[in-house]
Ligand binder design. Structure first.
Ligand code: GLN
Length: 188
């Protein structure tokens, strides 16, 4: 069994915790630096990226995550979490944890399409997965070292080494594909 940290300042924390338990692993709520000790991977949930970013900086958790990333700690950002991991946020500088070589645009699906669901085929799983988008960002550019795992008009799931990002919320569906993929293929 692996210990999976879930950054727990704000946002969709409990849903990720439940998924981790469902697939037989141990969730660890991360709110302070010591909570990061002994985890095998870290999930950065959706929510409000500016708020989560402020907590990351104020608590010093940001610096510790960056040093763990240097040591190869696997991380997965969903929605706001993906924004935090982006090297470039369009018109806004960079994410608080700029580990992923992508350009992301916040709230890019516009007000009318604030939330929607879509079935998307993922070659890597050979399965169709349900994707829930909530005031989602769009990945508008990816570096040459970034693998695109799923795509609508633009990439919606990307992997660079041990850093995974999805612009949607797999924790809000009944499927476990993305959580299993993170634990079995990204963490290993
Ligand atoms: N719109 C949010 C932001 O920019 C992200 C939305 C989400 O995580 N569901 O931070």
């Amino acid at each position: 069994m692996k210990k999976i940290g879930v950054l727990a300042f704000q946002g969709g924390v409990i849903e990720h915790v439940k998924k981790i338990e469902e697939i037989g692993h141990i969730p660890v709520l991360v709110k302070k630096i010591e909570d990061l000790d002994g985890i095998d991977g870290l999930i950065l949930p959706g929510g409000e990226s500016t708020t989560i970013g402020k907590f990351l900086i104020e608590t010093g958790v940001k610096e510790k995550i960056l040093s763990l990333a240097e040591q190869g700690m696997p991380m997965w950002g969903t929605c706001a979490g993906a924004i935090l991991l982006s090297k470039t946020i369009k018109n806004q500088g960079s994410g608080v944890l700029p580990l992923l070589d992508i350009v992301i645009e916040r709230n890019a699906y516009g007000s009318q399409l604030d939330s929607f669901k879509k079935e998307v085929f993922v070659l890597r799983f050979n399965k169709t997965t349900e994707c829930v988008f909530i005031r989602a960002p769009k990945i508008v550019d990816v570096g040459s070292n970034v693998e695109v795992l799923a795509q609508l008009d633009t990439p919606i799931a990307v992997l660079q080494g041990t850093i995974l990002a999805t612009t949607f919320h797999p924790e809000l569906t009944s499927q476990n594909y993305w959580h299993s993929f993170f634990v079995e293929n990204v963490i290993k």
